[in-house]
Ligand binder design. Structure first.
Ligand code: ADP
Ligand code: MG
Length: 240
């Protein structure tokens, strides 16, 4: 589903990604972990071209998105992204937040998008919130709406960048439960997270990034029980 070859990204002279090569299969769930500043967000942002890679190639579902002729807008439609801060439209109801892009971008009818949105709200446990404004929701509810909004575009891939880092502890669980369900449904996903227990349970593969390099790629049980690198061992000592 995703093929990354020798990806580098520099900001000025600072090389933040130093040649990442990897393949993600359809339906694979990858948890991306590593110290702050190791390049996790930059890597995710390169995958949907929110950042332009400096060199290397990225292929998504057979399309080389790093090709200068690639249709970036079209490619982004197939890749949902959920951030730490939910960025809901404050002046739109939950329903309109979810149906806005499918109507504008895909040209779907109000009725079609409403039906689909209600289904998604059910999936994230918020069917009773369709008509409220974001200001009336808790952080965990906002994030679940943000996930539903991404799913409304029917992406083939979902990227999550620390989706629970801005939440109060009691709301982390409800958001992780939604992401876990999605993982079980066969969606291809990459999740940057500091929730090690969640990474271990929900991901099929752990990527450990350090200083712009993908230095370990392993099944969760292997990574957490037998980390191979000194850096991963140190990191796990700090976070576990
Ligand atoms: P992580 O998500 O692992 O904490 P990031 O990908 O956000 O790491 O950042 C990696 C490095 O790239 C950091 O040193 C950060 O300061 C730098 N960086 C990220 N985005 C930019 C940018 N837009 N301009 C300059 N430097 C950036
Ligand atoms: Mg980050």
């Amino acid at each position: 589903m995703i093929e990354v070859q020798q990806l580098t990204k520099s900001f000025g002279k600072h090389e933040v990604l130093k040649g990442i090569t990897t393949t993600v299969e359809r339906g694979e769930v990858v948890a991306l972990i590593g110290p702050s500043g190791s390049g996790k967000s930059t890597f995710l942002r390169c995958l949907n071209l929110l950042e332009t890679p400096t060199s290397g190639t990225i292929t998504v579902a057979g399309k080389t998105i790093t090709d200068p002729k690639a249709d970036i807008v079209r490619i982004r439609q197939g890749i949902g992204m959920v951030f730490q801060h939910f960025n809901l439209f404050p002046h739109l109801t939950v329903m309109d937040n979810i149906t806005f892009a499918p109507r504008k971008v895909k040209g779907l009818s109000n009725e079609e998008t409403r039906q689909k949105a209600l289904e998604l709200l059910r999936k994230v446990g918020l069917e009773d919130k369709a008509d409220v404004y974001p200001a009336r929701l808790s952080g965990g509810q906002k994030q679940r709406v943000a996930i539903a909004r991404s799913l409304a575009m029917e992406p083939e891939i979902m990227l999550f960048d620390e989706p629970t880092s801005a939440l109060d502890p009691e709301m982390v669980k409800e958001v992780l439960a939604v992401i876990r369900d999605l993982a079980g449904s066969g969606m291809t996903m990459m999740i940057v997270t500091h929730e090690m227990k969640f990474a271990r349970e929900a991901a099929g593969t752990i990527y450990f990034l350090d200083q712009g390099r993908l230095i370990e790629k392993a099944k969760p049980s292997d990574f957490f029980e037998r980390p191979q690198s000194e850096r991963a061992i140190q990191f796990l000592e700090q976070v576990l």
